[in-house]
Write a new protein. Structure first.
Lengths: 384, 265
């Protein structure tokens, strides 16, 4: 067992952190407050090769593995989750193209992400279909050599800034199997009948764009179908381990960011004639936060390493990492605000923002409850 | 064309530190690429990107630990690196003449058309290595360069440079190649190493060289400068607080700055 990062991985961590501190940190509060998408940061991130860094080199990526992506995600989220998500989500939905797409589809949709020309998204959730993904109602009907889509998608990251989306829709409603009959189809934002409405007023990750997508007789060529007709949901499921691990890494990053800020504030702030870090109550908080974050990090690394190397089914591990790390993130952000006292309650300091941002990691990519259902199901052997 | 960039891994001291003998206790040090060298590397890489068939080689004097830092330069686009190290170089302080002697041996081997160094190193701050090297290899030089006309250099083989003088004065100089330029911060905006660059840097060469490899011996690197003591001086601070409207305070600030000699009239 190799228990240390390689020199290359350490270099990645160091340079990404330097980028985040110089280019993201000074803008984070403003983009959060104004809920605006950070185009200027995206441009710089593109120069550094951050969007789609896991794409193969021939499509403009660096060919990085799940573990390296976790390291990158952690550093970005430790500085600012909102802008961090904009960067790491630029290629949302691309997994399906990478694994099941044709060469022509990869050539068309992947290089624009790493070039910074386009941003994409994965459109699965609907107003009435969240945790219960199989209840989606968006349909795609075949008409000649085109697909015609109708329905609406909810909570779609990059929805109003994205150029194309991998949309989960029902193509074969007559099929009995609960998981069959769905397909993944790429829909470009400039197709007639497509519209996106930005969702404002989010609690956190407010720099990240979230929107509702509406499909009103949107026609796309049949060549936009990704992989096999009717297999969309089964295709999607193959990436849950990867996407959940990446949310776990986001959570580890948030916890790390909260811990760093809490530690430095505790060392600076004086009350009763001494540093508040002299009080055991504060020391124990700090010890707890750092210990639990390290535990979450190791679980996340193990899950990432397993996605890259292990052969057996790792569903439970990815769910454990996602659930535990997101809980640690919300707890650490909570304690970081507590350690800041009143100063943590206003936006002069970052911890209030991290506190708001942390909550999303318990909701998207499967809620905490859903992750626990999965872990229990695996334990109790109730099928897949 | 070949460009040689000298780079150094420097120790950066944390805000709170302790002195240990004639140095700062290792626990309070972090190692990083010298800030000025980062600008020199960027200038070389920009030159390489603007021209055809330009090789950028970086050279450092430093122990194996320095490779991690040198690899960042490779990740930013330097083609290959040379790392000179020898037990005889493991001294408290290498003086400028010694460093120039080592670099001269490398220059004689590599025969670069242009040598870029940082103006100074953030740790020992002699600010003399580049100029001493130029003198030692008998080349023209320009110090404290804050602008280089890359197109002119590629077309005419002449470095047209701006040099930063005291009091905000700029000097424009043409230097024929081969030459040494010492690069000032601010000449460009150093890039971040791209993720792809970091990946590619892992397979780029960092050639280790001993003194013997360069035709030198221990006697050639005997420093004539010795550190005798290191201490932290008592610090005094002098703060002036301006109160009033932005217009008033700005004017007051300007007059103080002028008194202190900032900016040329
Ligand atoms: C900012 C943001 C970005 C998002 N980005 C995307 C995106 O890019 N693409 C996309 O497709 N979706 C996205 N989502 C949607 C997200 O994945 C869903 O919100 C999430 O899956 C939960 O679904 P829901 O909101 O409908 O909640 P519901 O499913 O209605 O859940 C409500 C509550 O019931 C609980 N619950 C539900 N079912 C069970 C059960 N079986 N057992 C126990 N408890 C249960 C849940 O855990 C939760 O506590 C995003 C959401 C947000 C807020």
């Amino acid at each position: 067992m190799d228990y240390a990062l390689s020199e290359e991985q350490r270099a990645v961590v160091e340079e990404v952190r330097r980028f985040a501190e110089n280019e993201i940190a000074p803008l984070a509060a403003e983009y959060d407050r104004e809920e605006k998408y950070p185009y200027e940061v995206m441009e710089k991130a593109t120069e550094m090769g951050l969007p789609g860094a896991h794409f193969p080199v021939e499509y403009g990526g660096a060919g990085y593995s799940t573990l390296e992506m976790a390291l990158i995600t952690e550093e970005l989220f430790a500085v600012d989750p909102g802008i961090g998500l904009c960067i790491t989500s630029a290629g949302f939905g691309a997994e399906a193209l990478l694994e099941f797409g044709t060469d022509e589809q990869k050539e068309r949709f992947l290089p624009p992400i790493t070039d910074g020309e386009s941003v994409m998204g994965a459109a699965i959730s609907e107003p009435q279909a969240g945790s219960d993904v199989t209840s989606i109602d968006t349909t795609a009907e075949k008409d000649g050599d085109e697909w015609v889509l109708n329905g609406n998608k909810m909570w779609i990251t990059n929805g109003s800034v994205g150029d194309y989306f991998v949309v989960m829709c029902e193509t074969d409603p007559e099929v009995d199997d609960r998981y069959a009959g769905f397909s993944q189809i790429v829909v470009e934002a400039d197709r007639d009948g497509f519209s996106a409405e930005k969702i404002t007023g989010k609690l956190g990750i407010r720099a990240s764009d979230t929107a509702e997508l509406l499909f009103d007789d949107v026609r796309v060529p049949e060549g936009n179908l990704v992989g096999q007709r009717g297999m969309g949901f089964l295709q999607l499921m193959q990436f849950f381990d990867e996407t959940r691990t990446s949310v776990a890494a986001q959570a580890v990053g948030i916890a790390k960011g909260a811990n760093e800020r809490a530690l430095s504030y505790a060392e600076e702030r004086e009350q009763f004639g001494r540093s508040i870090s002299d009080f055991q109550a504060i020391q124990h908080k700090l010890a707890d936060m750092h210990t639990r974050t390290e535990a979450a990090r190791q679980l996340t690394y193990k899950s990432a390493w397993s996605v890259d190397h292990a052969e057996d089914d790792l569903t439970a591990l990815a769910s454990m990492a996602k659930e535990f790390a997101s809980r640690v993130a919300t707890d650490c952000a909570d304690e970081a605000v507590q350690i800041h006292g009143g100063a943590g309650y206003v936006d002069d300091f970052d911890v209030g923002r991290l506190y708001r941002d942390s909550k999303i990691t318990q909701i998207y990519e499967g809620t905490t409850e859903v992750q626990k259902n999965i872990v229990a199901r695996e334990l109790l052997g109730k099928g897949t | 064309m070949k460009v040689l960039v000298t780079v150094k891994e420097v120790a950066e001291v944390e805000d709170d530190f302790e002195i240990d003998g004639t140095g700062v206790d290792d626990r309070y040090l972090e190692y990083d690429l010298n800030e000025w060298d980062d600008y020199a590397v960027e200038e070389a890489v920009q030159l390489q990107e603007a021209g055809d068939d330009i090789e950028v080689v970086s050279v450092t004097i430093g122990p194996e630990r320095a490779e991690e830092t040198i690899r960042m330069a490779l990740a930013k686009g330097v083609d290959r690196a040379i790392r000179v190290w020898d037990d005889a170089l493991d001294q408290d302080l290498l003086d400028t003449a010694t460093k120039a002697r080592v670099f001269r041996a490398v220059v004689e081997e590599e025969e670069p058309d242009l040598i870029l160094t940082g103006v100074q190193a953030g740790d020992d701050a002699f600010g003399a290595t580049g100029v001493a090297l130029a003198e030692s290899v008998g080349q023209e030089w320009a110090a404290v360069v804050n602008q280089l006309d890359i197109d002119h250099l590629l077309a005419e083989n002449v470095a047209r440079v701006h040099r930063e003088l005291e009091g905000g004065v700029e000097e424009l100089t043409d230097v024929e190649l081969p030459a040494v330029l010492t690069i000032q911060t601010g000449i460009n905006e150093p890039r971040y190493a791209s993720l792809r660059g970091i990946r590619q840097a892992q397979s780029k060469e960092i050639a280790p060289k001993t003194l013997a490899d360069l035709g030198l011996e221990a006697g050639d690197v005997e420093s004539s400068l010795f550190l005798t003591e290191m201490y932290e001086p008592e610090s005094e601070s002098d703060a002036t607080l301006f109160e009033g409207s932005a217009e008033e305070t700005a004017a007051e600030l300007a007059s103080v700055l002028r008194e202190k000699g900032v900016g040329a009239e």
